[in-house]
Design a protein around this ligand. Structure first.
Ligand SMILES: [Zn+2]
Length: 110
């Protein structure tokens, strides 16, 4: 997964923000609502299937759930600001430089 980061579109970010009742959200269609509910309630095996079928939506929900700054990140994507979302080391917290490196990796490279 680290080698193939899915793209989260502005629409997907808005839909997930809506799902979390956050500012910048937009209500998706009925099908997307069902997929979001399915991802949120899936067990491990079904989550793997859904992550392959809906990689952007899956990633956006993961960010919203597990990243303390996730909602803010989705709001940036929804606003059309598509900066790096994570570092190659697996850090999701940021901030990141323009090469997508976290502060720890920037310091390690200096
Ligand atoms: Zn890093």
């Amino acid at each position: 997964m680290a080698t193939d980061t899915p793209t989260i579109t502005a629409d997907t970010a808005r839909h997930v923000l809506w799902g979390y009742g956050s500012e910048g959200g937009a209500e998706p269609g009925t099908f997307t609502k069902h997929v979001m509910a399915a991802i949120s309630s899936a067990d491990v095996a079904n989550r793997a299937i859904l992550s392959r079928a809906y990689p952007g939506l899956y990633m956006a929900i993961q960010i919203a759930r597990s990243d303390p700054d996730g909602i803010a990140k989705l709001q940036r994507i929804a606003a059309g600001q598509t900066g790096p979302l994570s570092c190659h080391c697996g850090d999701f917290a940021g901030p990141f430089d323009l090469q997508g490196r976290c502060e720890t990796c920037v310091e390690a490279a200096a």
